[in-house]
Design a protein around this ligand. Sequence first.
Ligand code: CA
Length: 236
Amino acid sequence: MGQCEIREKSVKILVVEDETKTGDYLRQGLTEAGFVVDLARDGLDGLHLALTEAYDLAVLDVTLPGIDGWRVLQGVRKAGKDMPVLFLTARDSVDDRVKGLDLGADDYLVKPFAFAELLARVRTLLRRGSKAREEEVLSVADLELDLRRRRVTRGGKKIDLTSKEFSLLELLLRRRGEVLPRSLIASQVWDMNFDSDTNVIEVAVRRLRSKVDDGFEPKLIRTARGMGYVIEDEGN
Ligand code: CA
Protein backbone atom coordinates (compact mmCIF):
# COMPACT_ATOMS: atom_id res chain seq x y z
CA MET A 1 0.00 0.00 0.00
CA GLY A 2 2.87 2.35 0.87
CA GLN A 3 4.16 2.03 -2.68
CA CYS A 4 0.79 3.17 -3.90
CA GLU A 5 1.01 6.47 -2.05
CA ILE A 6 4.58 7.26 -2.95
CA ARG A 7 3.93 6.74 -6.63
CA GLU A 8 3.03 9.92 -8.40
CA LYS A 9 1.54 9.85 -11.81
CA SER A 10 3.07 12.57 -13.88
CA VAL A 11 0.68 14.37 -16.16
CA LYS A 12 2.07 14.60 -19.67
CA ILE A 13 1.23 17.44 -21.99
CA LEU A 14 2.12 17.77 -25.65
CA VAL A 15 2.59 21.29 -26.97
CA VAL A 16 2.72 21.81 -30.73
CA GLU A 17 3.76 25.37 -31.49
CA ASP A 18 6.11 26.67 -34.17
CA GLU A 19 6.69 30.16 -32.81
CA THR A 20 9.85 29.79 -30.79
CA LYS A 21 8.97 32.33 -28.14
CA THR A 22 5.45 31.08 -27.52
CA GLY A 23 6.59 27.44 -27.53
CA ASP A 24 9.36 28.06 -25.01
CA TYR A 25 7.06 30.16 -22.87
CA LEU A 26 4.42 27.43 -22.81
CA ARG A 27 6.92 24.70 -22.08
CA GLN A 28 8.46 26.66 -19.24
CA GLY A 29 5.16 27.73 -17.72
CA LEU A 30 3.60 24.28 -17.85
CA THR A 31 6.76 22.64 -16.53
CA GLU A 32 6.81 25.06 -13.61
CA ALA A 33 3.16 24.21 -12.98
CA GLY A 34 4.27 20.59 -12.46
CA PHE A 35 3.51 19.00 -15.82
CA VAL A 36 5.82 16.92 -17.98
CA VAL A 37 5.95 18.75 -21.30
CA ASP A 38 7.02 17.68 -24.77
CA LEU A 39 7.31 20.46 -27.32
CA ALA A 40 7.03 19.87 -31.05
CA ARG A 41 7.83 22.72 -33.43
CA ASP A 42 5.87 21.53 -36.43
CA GLY A 43 2.75 19.57 -37.28
CA LEU A 44 4.40 16.36 -38.42
CA ASP A 45 6.56 16.04 -35.31
CA GLY A 46 3.54 16.88 -33.22
CA LEU A 47 1.40 14.22 -34.85
CA HIS A 48 4.18 11.65 -34.57
CA LEU A 49 4.59 12.32 -30.86
CA ALA A 50 0.83 12.32 -30.27
CA LEU A 51 0.54 8.90 -31.86
CA THR A 52 3.56 7.28 -30.27
CA GLU A 53 3.51 8.66 -26.73
CA ALA A 54 0.73 8.70 -24.16
CA TYR A 55 -0.36 12.24 -23.34
CA ASP A 56 -3.00 13.43 -20.95
CA LEU A 57 -3.60 16.56 -22.98
CA ALA A 58 -2.41 18.38 -26.10
CA VAL A 59 -2.10 22.08 -26.79
CA LEU A 60 -2.17 22.62 -30.56
CA ASP A 61 -1.43 25.74 -32.49
CA VAL A 62 -3.57 26.06 -35.64
CA THR A 63 -1.07 27.48 -38.10
CA LEU A 64 1.92 25.23 -38.28
CA PRO A 65 4.50 24.37 -40.93
CA GLY A 66 4.15 20.93 -42.49
CA ILE A 67 0.62 20.01 -41.55
CA ASP A 68 -1.61 22.41 -39.67
CA GLY A 69 -3.22 21.95 -36.29
CA TRP A 70 -6.52 20.78 -37.78
CA ARG A 71 -4.83 17.92 -39.55
CA VAL A 72 -2.87 16.97 -36.47
CA LEU A 73 -6.14 16.80 -34.57
CA GLN A 74 -7.80 14.74 -37.32
CA GLY A 75 -4.90 12.28 -37.25
CA VAL A 76 -5.07 12.02 -33.48
CA ARG A 77 -8.80 11.34 -33.41
CA LYS A 78 -8.61 8.95 -36.34
CA ALA A 79 -6.11 6.88 -34.36
CA GLY A 80 -8.66 6.64 -31.56
CA LYS A 81 -6.76 8.91 -29.16
CA ASP A 82 -9.23 10.75 -27.01
CA MET A 83 -7.00 13.00 -24.93
CA PRO A 84 -8.38 16.50 -24.47
CA VAL A 85 -7.12 19.02 -27.04
CA LEU A 86 -6.85 22.74 -26.50
CA PHE A 87 -6.45 24.82 -29.64
CA LEU A 88 -4.49 28.02 -29.93
CA THR A 89 -5.72 30.25 -32.67
CA ALA A 90 -4.56 33.67 -33.73
CA ARG A 91 -7.68 34.14 -35.74
CA ASP A 92 -10.66 35.03 -33.71
CA SER A 93 -13.15 33.86 -36.27
CA VAL A 94 -16.31 31.92 -35.60
CA ASP A 95 -15.46 29.63 -38.52
CA ASP A 96 -12.23 28.54 -36.90
CA ARG A 97 -13.87 27.80 -33.60
CA VAL A 98 -16.65 25.81 -35.18
CA LYS A 99 -14.20 23.90 -37.31
CA GLY A 100 -12.06 23.07 -34.31
CA LEU A 101 -14.94 21.88 -32.19
CA ASP A 102 -16.33 19.88 -35.12
CA LEU A 103 -13.05 18.09 -35.51
CA GLY A 104 -13.05 17.12 -31.86
CA ALA A 105 -11.16 19.91 -30.12
CA ASP A 106 -12.27 20.38 -26.54
CA ASP A 107 -11.53 24.04 -26.11
CA TYR A 108 -9.64 26.89 -27.75
CA LEU A 109 -7.82 30.05 -26.77
CA VAL A 110 -7.30 33.10 -28.94
CA LYS A 111 -3.80 34.52 -29.07
CA PRO A 112 -2.51 36.50 -27.36
CA PHE A 113 -3.63 34.95 -24.11
CA ALA A 114 -2.59 35.23 -20.49
CA PHE A 115 -0.74 32.17 -19.24
CA ALA A 116 -3.00 32.03 -16.17
CA GLU A 117 -5.97 31.59 -18.46
CA LEU A 118 -4.31 28.79 -20.41
CA LEU A 119 -3.41 27.05 -17.17
CA ALA A 120 -6.99 27.31 -15.91
CA ARG A 121 -8.30 25.78 -19.16
CA VAL A 122 -5.71 23.02 -19.04
CA ARG A 123 -6.68 22.10 -15.49
CA THR A 124 -10.38 22.06 -16.33
CA LEU A 125 -9.80 19.79 -19.32
CA LEU A 126 -7.61 17.44 -17.29
CA ARG A 127 -10.24 17.13 -14.59
CA ARG A 128 -12.84 16.32 -17.19
CA GLY A 129 -10.50 13.81 -18.82
CA SER A 130 -9.53 12.04 -15.63
CA LYS A 131 -13.16 11.53 -14.70
CA ALA A 132 -13.70 9.65 -17.95
CA ARG A 133 -10.46 7.79 -17.50
CA GLU A 134 -11.28 6.47 -14.04
CA GLU A 135 -13.65 3.99 -15.58
CA GLU A 136 -10.97 2.82 -17.92
CA VAL A 137 -8.57 1.76 -15.21
CA LEU A 138 -9.25 -1.52 -13.44
CA SER A 139 -7.32 -2.22 -10.29
CA VAL A 140 -6.80 -4.35 -7.23
CA ALA A 141 -4.28 -3.46 -4.49
CA ASP A 142 -1.44 -1.74 -6.38
CA LEU A 143 -2.09 -3.56 -9.65
CA GLU A 144 -3.56 -1.39 -12.39
CA LEU A 145 -4.80 -2.23 -15.84
CA ASP A 146 -5.31 0.77 -18.10
CA LEU A 147 -7.73 -0.21 -20.85
CA ARG A 148 -7.19 2.85 -22.95
CA ARG A 149 -3.42 2.63 -22.99
CA ARG A 150 -3.38 -1.16 -22.88
CA ARG A 151 -0.91 -0.91 -20.05
CA VAL A 152 -0.49 -2.89 -16.85
CA THR A 153 1.52 -1.74 -13.85
CA ARG A 154 2.12 -3.03 -10.38
CA GLY A 155 3.44 -0.64 -7.75
CA GLY A 156 4.03 1.73 -10.66
CA LYS A 157 6.26 -0.78 -12.47
CA LYS A 158 5.27 -1.70 -15.99
CA ILE A 159 4.38 -5.34 -16.64
CA ASP A 160 4.52 -6.67 -20.19
CA LEU A 161 1.70 -9.04 -21.07
CA THR A 162 0.73 -10.85 -24.24
CA SER A 163 -2.68 -9.91 -25.60
CA LYS A 164 -4.24 -13.11 -24.20
CA GLU A 165 -2.73 -12.46 -20.79
CA PHE A 166 -4.06 -8.92 -20.95
CA SER A 167 -7.59 -10.15 -21.77
CA LEU A 168 -7.40 -12.74 -19.03
CA LEU A 169 -6.33 -10.17 -16.47
CA GLU A 170 -9.02 -7.78 -17.67
CA LEU A 171 -11.68 -10.45 -17.19
CA LEU A 172 -10.43 -11.33 -13.71
CA LEU A 173 -10.34 -7.67 -12.71
CA ARG A 174 -13.78 -6.89 -14.07
CA ARG A 175 -15.11 -9.63 -11.83
CA ARG A 176 -12.71 -9.09 -8.97
CA GLY A 177 -13.38 -11.27 -5.95
CA GLU A 178 -15.43 -13.79 -7.96
CA VAL A 179 -14.17 -17.28 -8.65
CA LEU A 180 -14.27 -17.66 -12.43
CA PRO A 181 -14.65 -21.22 -13.72
CA ARG A 182 -12.25 -22.36 -16.44
CA SER A 183 -15.17 -22.82 -18.81
CA LEU A 184 -16.07 -19.16 -18.49
CA ILE A 185 -12.47 -18.06 -19.00
CA ALA A 186 -12.21 -20.33 -22.04
CA SER A 187 -15.26 -18.89 -23.70
CA GLN A 188 -14.50 -15.26 -22.87
CA VAL A 189 -10.78 -15.11 -23.49
CA TRP A 190 -10.13 -17.89 -25.98
CA ASP A 191 -13.49 -17.85 -27.64
CA MET A 192 -13.62 -21.63 -27.44
CA ASN A 193 -15.54 -24.29 -25.63
CA PHE A 194 -13.93 -25.73 -22.60
CA ASP A 195 -12.04 -28.88 -23.38
CA SER A 196 -10.76 -30.68 -20.33
CA ASP A 197 -7.91 -32.16 -22.34
CA THR A 198 -6.25 -28.84 -22.84
CA ASN A 199 -4.29 -27.09 -20.16
CA VAL A 200 -4.02 -23.84 -22.08
CA ILE A 201 -5.82 -21.94 -19.34
CA GLU A 202 -3.71 -23.35 -16.53
CA VAL A 203 -0.56 -22.46 -18.44
CA ALA A 204 -1.79 -18.95 -19.20
CA VAL A 205 -2.84 -18.33 -15.61
CA ARG A 206 0.50 -19.59 -14.32
CA ARG A 207 2.37 -17.22 -16.65
CA LEU A 208 0.13 -14.32 -15.77
CA ARG A 209 0.51 -15.02 -12.09
CA SER A 210 4.28 -15.11 -12.27
CA LYS A 211 4.29 -11.73 -14.02
CA VAL A 212 1.78 -10.12 -11.69
CA ASP A 213 2.65 -11.72 -8.34
CA ASP A 214 6.30 -12.80 -8.36
CA GLY A 215 8.31 -10.37 -6.31
CA PHE A 216 5.20 -8.58 -5.05
CA GLU A 217 3.04 -8.76 -1.95
CA PRO A 218 0.24 -9.49 -1.46
CA LYS A 219 -0.32 -12.31 -3.95
CA LEU A 220 -3.42 -11.46 -5.92
CA ILE A 221 -4.25 -14.33 -8.28
CA ARG A 222 -5.43 -17.44 -6.53
CA THR A 223 -6.55 -20.89 -7.62
CA ALA A 224 -9.81 -22.09 -6.12
CA ARG A 225 -9.08 -25.78 -6.41
CA GLY A 226 -11.43 -27.60 -8.72
CA MET A 227 -13.39 -24.43 -9.29
CA GLY A 228 -11.40 -21.81 -11.12
CA TYR A 229 -9.46 -18.63 -10.55
CA VAL A 230 -9.98 -15.43 -8.67
CA ILE A 231 -8.16 -12.15 -8.32
CA GLU A 232 -8.45 -10.36 -5.00
CA ASP A 233 -6.57 -8.60 -2.29
CA GLU A 234 -7.39 -10.85 0.60
CA GLY A 235 -6.29 -8.29 3.16
CA ASN A 236 -9.09 -6.03 1.92
CA1 CA B 1 1.84 29.16 -35.53
